[in-house]
Structure formats: structure tokens, C-alpha cells
Design a protein around this ligand. Structure first.
Ligand code: V4E
Length: 240
């Protein structure tokens, strides 16, 4: 399983030129439609867990524990405080297990224990068929777990690599009129993220991202505009 360490930045008009100047190589442009799912009570996102369907594949992003060496204190933002780290689960059976585990711990959870047991049995029976089944069949499971799509948008992404730093840089333009950049490094779970933070910091310096501001992601802006109540709850929980 991999952990995505990422720093977002404001993507201004001169960014492509700056990327070229520092030797970043464009590795392609793509377009994808994301659908995010949660229960009506937002049992996942209020725990900082993000379930998404992109290009017919499911992904679950879960927060990782921050190690002692990564902890930050004081007023000045550090690279560690500017970066997010999320564990990425891409295997559908593992995603289902994790989601069910979360629901088990929800007070008065979205599905009761009896339902959960029946569901577990049913899901285990069908899970390997689902890997090969037609798309429509695969997608019956979210509804069975009371998961609904609460946000969806399309992104055009231009990706660059800065090989000497070992980072990928994405420039995203979402269809609701928000642009954001991100510097990203993938590390294997359990490995120290310190060197990923250093790589990101060096790349950020090369791009002259000197204003150490925490920049909002596409989802934060989307929720602020279209689901302000949920956005406020996530803010109060210090999730977004
Ligand atoms: C983790 C998360 C969300 C899921 C989407 O993650 P994000 O990396 O923002 O989206 P995207 O499209 O760039 O995914 P990628 O292609 O890199 O996999 S939505 C909200 N969060 C939490 C979160 C947060 N609290 N703060 C910041 C700066 N970003 C995300």
C-alpha cells in the first residue's frame, strides 16, 4: 500500500513557464470525472476518509498517523504542516473491509450489526466475481452500504515530472472553475516520509513557492460552494 505525500499550491498564469525553466518535463494531459461517496450522515468524511470512483476504479484515502519526527509546533508553517499524507487503498475488497470496519465503530452506525453481518457474508461471496463482473454489477455495493454520491466534478490535469527531485507535479483545472497545483511523492507504507517532505520542499523552492500558505484542494472549494453545511462541519472537525 502506498502513502501519498502532497503539497498543494496556487496555480498562477506563469506556472507552466516556471516548470519549463526548472527542467520539469510534461508527461501528459488527461481528463477524469471523480465521484465521492459517503453515507447521508457523512460517517466517512467526518473521519477524514475519502471514498472516490475515478475512471471506473475505486480508491479510498485514509489519514496516516503522523510520526514524532514529523510533528510540528510553533507559528511558522513547516513543510510537514503544508503537506498532507494519505494512505491510498485501491483494491476493492480492501476498500469494502475498511469501510465496514469504520461503520462498525460508528455510534448508531448507518447499518446495524445484523445488517452488517448479512452484508459481510454477501460481499465476501460476491467480491471476487465483482472483480470480473460487468460494471453495473460492480457498482451495486455502495448503495447496499448506504453510500451515496455527494460530490462529483471533472478535472483536466497536466502532469509534469521533476526527475532530479523525484516528484510529480500536477496542474489541475476543475470544471467548477477552480485551479490548483500539487507536488506529490508516493512512499511505501511504513517508510519514513521525511525524505518525501524534503523532495517536496526542494521542488517548492525551485518553483519559488515562497509564500508558505496552506492551499485548499478541489474538494474543499467544491464543498464550500455546493455543500456549505458539510464544509462547516469538516472545518469544525479540523479535517478541511
Ligand atoms: C484527501 C482529501 C480528499 C480526497 C481527494 O484528495 P486530493 O488529493 O485533494 O484530490 P486529487 O484530485 O488531487 O487526488 P489525486 O489525484 O492526487 O489522488 S478531499 C479532501 N481531502 C483532505 C484534504 C485536506 N484536508 N487538505 C488538503 C490540502 N487536501 C486534502
Amino acid at each position: 500500500m502506498s502513502v501519498e505525500v502532497e503539497r498543494k499550491f496556487v496555480c498562477d498564469a506563469g506556472m507552466r513557464k516556471r516548470l519549463e525553466e526548472i527542467g520539469a518535463v510534461c508527461i501528459g494531459q488527461c481528463e477524469f470525472h471523480d465521484q465521492y461517496f459517503d453515507t447521508p450522515e457523512f460517517d466517512l468524511t467526518l473521519r477524514n476518509i475519502w471514498l472516490r470512483k475515478r475512471k471506473e476504479s475505486w480508491e479510498l484515502k485514509c489519514p496516516t498517523a503522523v510520526s514524532k519526527t514529523e510533528e510540528t509546533s510553533g507559528e511558522q508553517p513547516t513543510e510537514a504542516s503544508l503537506c498532507t499524507r494519505y494512505k491510498e487503498i485501491t483494491s476493492l475488497p480492501e476498500i469494502k473491509l475498511k469501510v465496514k470496519e469504520v461503520f462498525k465503530h460508528c455510534a448508531g452506525g448507518s447499518i446495524n450489526t445484523g445488517q452488517l453481518h448479512d452484508h459481510l457474508v454477501m460481499v465476501e461471496q460476491v467480491s471476487h466475481q465483482e472483480q470480473r463482473g460487468p460494471e453495473g454489477f460492480c457498482d451495486s455495493w455502495p448503495g447496499e452500504l448506504n453510500l451515496l454520491c455527494f460530490a462529483e466534478f471533472t478535472t483536466v490535469r497536466c502532469s509534469f515530472t521533476l526527475e532530479e527531485e523525484g516528484v510529480q507535479i500536477d496542474l489541475d483545472q476543475a470544471d467548477f472553475g477552480y485551479s490548483v497545483g500539487e507536488i506529490e511523492v508516493l512512499v511505501q507504507e511504513g517508510q519514513d516520509v521525511g525524505s518525501a517532505l524534503e523532495k517536496i520542499e526542494r521542488a517548492a523552492r525551485k518553483l519559488s513557492l515562497t509564500r508558505n500558505l496552506k492551499v485548499e484542494g478541489k474538494m474543499a472549494v467544491y464543498l464550500q460552494r455546493y455543500c456549505p453545511e458539510h464544509y462547516a462541519k469538516l472545518q469544525r472537525a479540523h479535517i478541511i
